[in-house]
Design a protein around this ligand. Structure first.
Ligand code: FES
Length: 226
């Protein structure tokens, strides 16, 4: 067993007893033990979870309502369920909300078959089309001004990963702009990417879970932070 014994906790996830470090976030503890909890916005290195996608709900014994696993620190004796009917219902709704403002064009998307939405849908048994919600029309201009990558705001799921890595990188070329249904990722003053203070590290492209930020040489790959 690694670490100080006093720092260790034992919890149960889906009937499995698991040892973990006190204070670790439940999402990462579960994933590290091959217990799948869908997630789109969590970054392992981030001190504070963003908590935007709402896909990572779980139920915990003794809690009145489900909690997001990315924000929940593990506690000794905690009993967690990752696949209850309530959790599935919440995840389904959260997933459909993401789809409602995501331009679904999988066949022509450069991220086809590497998209996190596709992966989550396959794993959770969700359909990649709206069932109950209406599509939120979005027809924002694509930004292809940068020589190395392009940004399609109509596919952005507002997970915030690109903003986080850009700030961690010390650049801060992009951030959230506007509010509510108008929220989007933008450069300062909404200038084209090529005029922003981007240093072309392409970390934003690497963390984008969908086909919103895509390298022009086709090297779009999600994975950083998971
Ligand atoms: S991963 Fe927990 S809210 Fe997105």
């Amino acid at each position: 067993m690694k670490g100080n014994v006093a720092d260790r906790v034992v919890l149960t996830i889906d009937g499995r007893e698991i040892g973990a470090k006190q204070g670790d976030r439940l999402l990462w503890v579960a994933l590290d033990h091959d217990i799948n909890i869908p997630n789109l916005c969590a970054m392992r290195e981030a001190d504070l979870p963003f908590g935007g996608c709402r896909l990572c709900f779980v139920e915990i014994d003794g809690r009145r309502a489900p909690v997001t696993a990315c924000s929940q620190p593990v506690e000794n004796g905690m009993v967690v369920y990752t696949d209850t009917p309530k959790v599935k219902q919440l995840r389904r709704t959260a997933f459909e909300l993401l789809l409602s403002h995501h331009h679904l064009d999988c066949a022509r998307c450069p991220k086809n078959k590497k998209c996190e939405l596709q992966r989550i849908a396959a794993h959770q048994g969700f359909k990649l089309k709206l069932q109950r919600l209406r599509r939120i029309p979005r027809d924002l201009p694509m930004d292809s001004s940068h020589p190395l990558f392009s940004y399609d705001p109509n596919k952005c799921v507002l997970c915030g990963k690109c903003v986080w890595v850009c700030q961690r990188h010390g650049v801060g070329a992009i951030d959230f702009a506007s509010r509510g249904l108008e929220t989007r990722i933008s450069t300062f003053d909404n200038v084209p990417l090529v005029q922003a203070k981007c240093d072309s590290c392409l970390e934003c492209v690497q963390v984008c879970p969908v086909g919103s930020l895509v390298a022009k040489d086709g090297q779009a790959c999600a994975g950083v932070g998971r």
